[in-house]
Design a protein around this ligand. Structure first.
Ligand SMILES: NC(=O)c1ccc[n+]([C@@H]2O[C@H](COP(=O)([O-])OP(=O)(O)OC[C@H]3O[C@@H](n4cnc5c(N)ncnc54)[C@H](O)[C@@H]3O)[C@@H](O)[C@H]2O)c1
Length: 315
């Protein structure tokens, strides 16, 4: 697909970060876009950013992990944009519940439900519309954690990594299935490195946790423990210190990234235009992919393999 003008797209998680930038850049290229999110304020901001673009943007509230909500989204999108779709970006995602051993199993399953079943539910729902187009692309966002299940020493990252491996596996398995059964539908898997977005804050909000300034001691226990596991003298930190660290982590994840969300969206869209099925986003992602492939046995030794960023996702 070498142009987006006149095409129709669905972007999940369009209320922030890469999803928002995909919506804006697609609309600017003349593509009609339906986007969903759990965050109404974020969606409104995205719509206002795209207000003067050539392509029409509609916004929809939907939690992609919930099959009924996805069915409603499907009905709304079909009513607003018709029954043909050239592009589906399964972009919505959250982090959390890093430890299989000590974190709450329900939280673990919620992360997996958003990050894998969100992709599955929307792919299921919109496959008929993708098949109704002359040519179409299903674009699933995995992560470097879809081929390297770690954030570095002392930081378990199991729910997210498991889901992102599943997204990558699902996408790769679809290549042959689509080739046989729907050859005009292509699939692409997106694997970003560290991209400057508010995913840490948004993941906290998804779990209904308060803003850092309003956090109590109880809310900060996981972060205190996580810092301790990373060798920080967390016991000596006051409640205000911890709130400050939490705020810094959330903001720092966005501000210290080597690539911002707009740049990442451009890489993704360039990859789709170039017909790639495998889109690494950021030099860090390219480097990590090479390192893991060159020496898979050493992937988890923490000696030279990693994202080269400070960890900002604790808690
Ligand atoms: N930022 C990174 O460094 C990075 C790296 C690799 C992969 N990713 C992946 O990229 C994708 C986009 O992340 P981002 O960094 O732009 O994050 P973001 O938080 O800025 O944007 C994600 C959006 O998805 C929404 N969302 C979360 N759960 C949802 C749900 N159940 N239903 C609908 N919407 C939901 C959020 O409200 C948010 O608006 C995610 O899948 C993420 O896992 C991000």
């Amino acid at each position: 697909m070498d142009t987006f003008g006149g095409k129709r797209a669905v972007v999940t998680g369009g209320g922030s970060g890469m999803g928002r930038e995909l919506v804006v850049q697609l609309a600017e290229a003349g593509c009609s876009v339906a986007t969903c999110d759990v965050n109404a304020t974020g969606l409104a901001e995205t719509a206002s950013r795209a207000a003067h673009a050539a392509g029409r943007v509609t916004t929809h509230i939907c939690d992609v992990s919930d099959r009924q909500q996805v069915a409603r989204l499907h009905a709304e999108v079909t009513a607003a944009h018709g029954g043909v779709l050239e592009l589906l970006f399964n972009n919505a995602g959250i982090g959390g519940a890093g430890s299989f051993v000590v974190d709450d199993p329900e939280d673990w399953e919620r992360v997996f439900a958003v990050d894998f079943f969100g992709v599955y539910n929307c792919s299921r729902a919109f496959l008929p519309e993708l098949m109704a187009a002359d040519e179409s692309v299903l674009v699933n966002t995995s992560s470097v954690n879809g081929f390297w299940a770690s954030l570095g020493p002392g930081i378990p990252h199991t729910a997210y990594s498991t889901a992102k491996f599943a997204v990558k596996g699902f996408s790769e398995a679809l290549i042959e299935d689509l080739r046989l059964n729907a050859p005009h539908v292509k699939v692409a898997v997106v694997m970003p490195g560290h991209i400057g977005t508010d995913i840490v804050a948004n993941s906290r909000r998804y779990f209904g946790q308060p803003e850092p300034d309003a956090m109590g001691e109880e809310d900060l226990v996981p972060m205190r423990e996580s810092l301790a596991r990373q060798g920080v003298d967390a016991e000596s930190l006051s409640l205000d210190d911890l709130r400050g660290v939490r705020k810094l982590m959330e903001e720092g994840f966005r501000t210290t990234a080597p690539l911002d969300a707009a740049g990442a969206a451009t890489v993704i869209l360039d990859g789709i235009r170039a017909g790639k099925w495998r889109i690494l986003v950021g030099d860090d992602a390219v480097r990590l992919d090479q390192q893991v492939r060159a020496n898979p046995e050493a992937a988890y030794d923490h000696q030279g393999i990693g994202l080269n960023t400070i960890n900002l996702t604790a808690g």
